[in-house]
Design a protein around this ligand. Structure first.
Ligand code: HEM
Length: 409
């Protein structure tokens, strides 16, 4: 089923395609299409950033190891630069913004331990998902985001990390508080909550590391302190704490939106839901199609270390290059009938998890969770329906997800 996308004026700046603009917040795709067709390498002098929208350019850019990531290395006054203050130490960051040689030192041991943990805990992860879905209302109207999409990722990551059962309510609160950091227009009260949440979380992770050194558990915190003690993970305590926090912040809202966007898409496209029900073996491909069609993270960025050409245009050292993952994922040069949500087609790889050295470390976990939720949810609620409602998309720039999703069981 193709969505209608009549011609729209070509945007002149990045802000026009973010959730700050009501039309782009409701549906960014027509504007992204206009840019991809008319101005695929846009310079925004106000945001001091480039904005790429073609799949080929973006794939090449994210894979290119000669770019850097830390916002302090970006041009003064650029949107990336506004994320940090001058006092900040560029080495005191999670892998998200860490550059070489530190990124290659910190990420591999963390990734190895994390992937081993996810595989080991897959039955427990699936049990958390099943229990959460079974605990949702048996019938009537309910908000799928509040009942299912929000709690699942935080309960799963808590179990993987090794959060003690009796600390879960606090952990969920801190996690909500630190996620306020993703909102650049948060209030002073929200900033204060974000800061106190982040202090509490760091304190708790430090406490857990000390506890697991004396009494090992079956969790990622134990894995990391043991690797560190054996010399297999050359990370400081502070680096472990920062990066465990990154797993929490990086994984919650994104997976919540993969669940919410997927359920919304299936309920809007009953033919696709019928195809999934008829062949549950399509579930993995369905997850990839949701990621392609409504990517929960709509952009990532890179910074130039030297003057050079990018996407055929001369660019300068320290300039910021934003890559629209949402636009790339609907590029007709790469995807046949890109405006159709179709889980039955075997498509080229989407780019919703970015790429290259910084490719999302949580992709395997997000995939396990979404696959299980789609299958279990439509099995528990065979007649799940989407009542009339105003869909409110979150006002966070570069994220795509619904605030609420009322469904009728
Ligand atoms: C649907 C869910 C998710 C989406 C769409 C998503 C998307 C992304 C994207 C676009 C990036 C930047 C990649 C780049 O610049 O090339 C990223 C990085 C990252 N993600 Fe995810 N993510 C998801 C789930 C998760 C989960 C579940 C976790 C952890 C539990 C996680 C943790 C991270 C971390 C730590 C990074 C930084 C990696 C690095 O820079 O080396 N993400 N993610």
């Amino acid at each position: 089923m193709a969505d209608d996308q009549s011609a729209v004026p070509v945007p002149q700046g990045i802000i026009e395609v973010t959730a700050f603009m009501p039309d782009a917040r409701n549906d960014p795709h027509p504007k992204l299409k206009a840019l991809r067709e008319e101005c695929p390498v846009m310079r925004d002098d106000l945001a001091k950033a480039w904005f790429l929208t073609r799949y080929g350019d973006i794939r090449e850019t994210v894979n290119d190891r000669t770019f850097v990531r830390h916002p302090l290395r970006a041009e003064d006054g650029s949107i990336s630069r506004q994320l940090v203050d001058d006092e900040e130490n560029p080495r005191r960051t999670s892998i998200l913004f860490l550059d070489e040689p530190d990124h290659s030192r910190v990420r591999p041991p963390l990734a190895r331990a994390f992937y081993t943990r996810i595989q080991k805990m897959k039955p427990q992860i699936e049990a958390i998902i099943d229990d959460t879905i079974n605990a949702a209302p048996a019938s009537g109207l309910f908000d799928l985001m509040a009942e299912i999409a929000v709690p699942i990722p935080v309960l799963v990551i808590a179990r993987i990390l090794g959060v003690d059962e009796h600390r879960l309510p606090e952990f969920r609160q801190w996690s909500e508080d630190v996620i306020l950091g993703l909102n650049p227009v948060r209030t002073a009260e929200e900033t204060a909550r974000m800061e106190s949440g982040s202090i509490a979380l760091d304190g708790y992770f430090n406490e857990l590391m000390a506890a697991r050194r004396t009494t090992p558990g079956d969790d990622l915190i134990t894995d990391m302190v043991q690797l560190q003690a054996r010399g297999d993970a050359p990370l400081t305590d502070d680096e472990i704490v920062i990066n465990l926090g990154a797993l929490l912040v990086g994984g919650n809202l994104t997976t919540t939106d993969l669940i919410g966007n997927g359920v919304w898409l299936f309920l809007k496209h009953p033919d696709q839901l019928a195809a999934l029900k008829a062949d549950p073996g399509l579930a993995s491909q369905a997850v990839e199609e949701v990621l392609r069609y409504e990517a929960p993270v709509s952009a990532t960025s890179r910074i130039l270390e030297h003057d050079r050409d990018v996407a055929g245009c001369p660019m300068k050292q320290r300039q910021v290059v934003f890559c629209s993952l949402a636009a790339a994922n609907r590029d007709p040069e790469t995807f046949a009938a890109p405006e159709a949500f179709d889980i039955t087609q075997k498509r080229a790889s989407h780019i919703a998890f970015g790429g290259g050295p910084h490719i999302c470390i949580g992709a395997p976990l997000a995939r396990i969770e979404a696959r299980r939720v789609y299958l279990k949810l439509f099995e528990r609620y065979p007649g799940l329906a989407l009542p009339e409602q105003d869909f409110t998309w979150r006002a966070l720039p570069f994220f795509r997800g619904l605030e609420t999703l009322m469904v009728e069981a």
